[in-house]
Ligand binder design. Structure first.
Ligand code: B12
Ligand code: SF4
Length: 444
């Protein structure tokens, strides 16, 4: 069969990239391609980089969708089905709302695709395609097929080499899709298989897209030790929790194996908020000390903060930005609390009648889609806009990075790129008259 696997394009100005380059390749689609038996011909179409031709003939089109991309995924699905092409939807959103997705597809893969995808292809060839394919048990991560990176246009990605080492998360933060989707049990790929994959990558900069690369310190220790022994010296970054700072040996191993940065979900400076969302790994009292330790080991930090939690009032923006600036975080991502389908947060807000917008295209974590408790939706949106503008103002970037920081050139480029994207986002908001600038929040 001739199969096209499609990653829908992003239309949020904060995330969309220029047509020439995208940040990361679609690891899910090249993973699916690797699961596809060799008699089939697979093409990867990343809509951020390429124009889709609905007249092209395929025996099957597979489309991936996280929530904010669902409306575009459905448009693409409808477009291909009108031409008589069979369509399968999969990924986080169709897995959370399979009935909704089934209205736009011939089949929906619910959950991880390992096993289900091969069954689906087999059924299709035998003329017995079913509507829903659900994994029977969570796939083991031993002997995973190596993602088909040969199907990508490598030069069109800023960071072409992405690798996943673990799936699942033992925590259950109320707003997060990950533990709902991948389960509460941490599953690991064998260290030697990960290291072999890394060794065979073309590049030397690797993004481990794990949700918490140090979630199991024993596994992380073994992984970092083996990465440090590789003949090829890599630089890597990932997501991780702050408890790494309490383990000096792990921190040293991370740095020695090439860790240059971690994306860390601080989420909130309010212990009551952290308690309410169930983020048990975070202890606010430890934040400052932990940041310093990571910095002392040459590890840059991109901090993630959520605005709009129930304990937040309009003072949260200035307090959070000041914390991130005072601690010289190399980058930060501020997000608006978003009730993704399938999460406990959504159930709570639905019960309380606080969901105000069900347009999935607005579930970008940069728009308010619910009624906050201690401020208006307008204040939340304006405070969010202000936080980004202030944190990425030129004065703030130079105070945080100076010229002496390790990897200063890369960090300046990253900050200026985010600044540009955010300014574009705010211009778009104003043009759409969604929001007016709020001078009272601006510092200068
Ligand atoms: C890397 C990453 C990114 C990268 C790259 C995204 C990309 N192009 O792939 C960047 C940084 C750009 C990013 C941005 C965003 N992300 Co993101 N991201 C991730 C992360 C950490 C890993 C994604 C990944 O590669 N997983 C590994 C693959 C193998 O897993 P998978 O995608 O689920 O695919 C499997 C199955 O779902 C299935 N499958 C998937 N697609 C399809 C399609 C078909 C046809 C079939 C049959 C099966 C199938 O098969 C795969 C193998 O089992 C996930 C968290 C996670 N653990 O997955 C969050 C995650 C997907 N992101 C999320 C969000 C919210 C975003 C943003 C909207 C906001 C943000 N700031 O994070 C933006 C959106 C921007 C954009 N343009 O897409 C949420 C999505 C929640 C939701 N319900 O939609 C997640 C789950 C994080 C979270 N904690 O909740 N993200
Ligand atoms: S936010 Fe992080 S720690 Fe919490 S459930 Fe999601 S992946 Fe796990």
């Amino acid at each position: 069969m001739k199969i096209a696997l499609i990653a829908p394009a992003w239309h949020d100005p904060l995330w969309e990239t220029e047509k020439e380059k995208s940040i990361f390749p679609p690891l899910n689609l090249i993973t699916l391609a690797a699961l596809t038996p060799p008699q089939h011909e697979v093409t990867i179409l990343d809509e951020s980089l390429t124009h889709l031709d609905f007249n092209e003939k395929y025996d099957l089109v597979g489309i991936s969708a996280m929530t904010a991309l669902a409306p575009r995924a459905y448009e693409i699905a409808d477009g291909f089905r009108e031409k008589g092409t069979r369509v399968v939807l999969g990924g986080m959103h169709p897995s959370a709302l399979p009935e909704e997705a089934a209205a736009h597809a011939d089949a929906v893969v619910i959950g991880e695709a390992e096993g289900s995808w091969q069954r689906l292809l087999n059924d299709l060839e035998n003329g017995q395609l079913r509507t829903f394919y659900r994994q029977e048990e969570r796939p083991a991560l031993e002997h995973m097929a190596t993602p088909r990176r040969d199907l990508l246009q490598r030069s069109r990605y800023l960071i072409p080499d992405t690798v996943q080492t673990t799936r699942g998360c033992p925590f259950a933060c109320s707003f997060c899709t990950v533990s709902q989707f991948f389960g509460h049990e941490f599953r690991f790929r064998p260290v030697e298989e990960v290291v072999r994959e890394v060794q065979n990558l073309e590049g030397e900069v690797v993004a481990f897209i794990d949700d918490n690369i140090v979630g199991n310190p024993g596994y992380a220790r073994r992984l970092f030790t083996e990465l440090a022994r590789l003949p090829k010296k890599i630089k890597w970054f990932s997501q991780g929790s702050l408890n790494i700072a309490k383990d000096e040996e792990l921190l040293q191993l991370a740095a020695a194996s090439g860790c240059i940065g971690l994306f860390i979900g601080f989420e909130s400076l309010s212990p009551a908020n952290l308690q309410a969302i169930g983020k048990k790994v975070n202890l606010v009292a430890d934040y400052q000390q932990a940041i310093k330790k990571l910095h002392d080991h040459g590890i840059a930090i991109e901090g993630a903060f959520v605005f709009g939690l129930d304990e937040d009032d309009d003072s949260v923006f200035e307090r959070t930005v000041k914390f991130a600036q005072d601690n010289r975080l190399e980058a930060a991502q501020f997000g608006i609390l978003t009730p993704f389908p399938g999460t406990p947060l959504r159930e709570t807000l639905e019960r309380e009648g606080r969901i105000t917008n069900n347009d999935w295209g607005e579930y970008t974590i940069s728009k308010v889609v619910f009624e906050p408790k201690n401020m208006s939706a307008k204040t939340l949106q304006e405070g969010f806009n202000w936080a980004w503008q202030e944190f990425y103002s030129l004065g703030s970037i130079s105070r945080r990075l100076g010229l002496t920081k390790r990897h200063a050139a890369i960090l300046w480029a990253l900050n200026l790129n985010i600044r540009k994207r955010f300014n574009h986002f705010v211009e778009k908001l104003h043009a759409d008259s969604l929001i007016m600038p709020q001078p009272s929040l601006a510092r200068q």
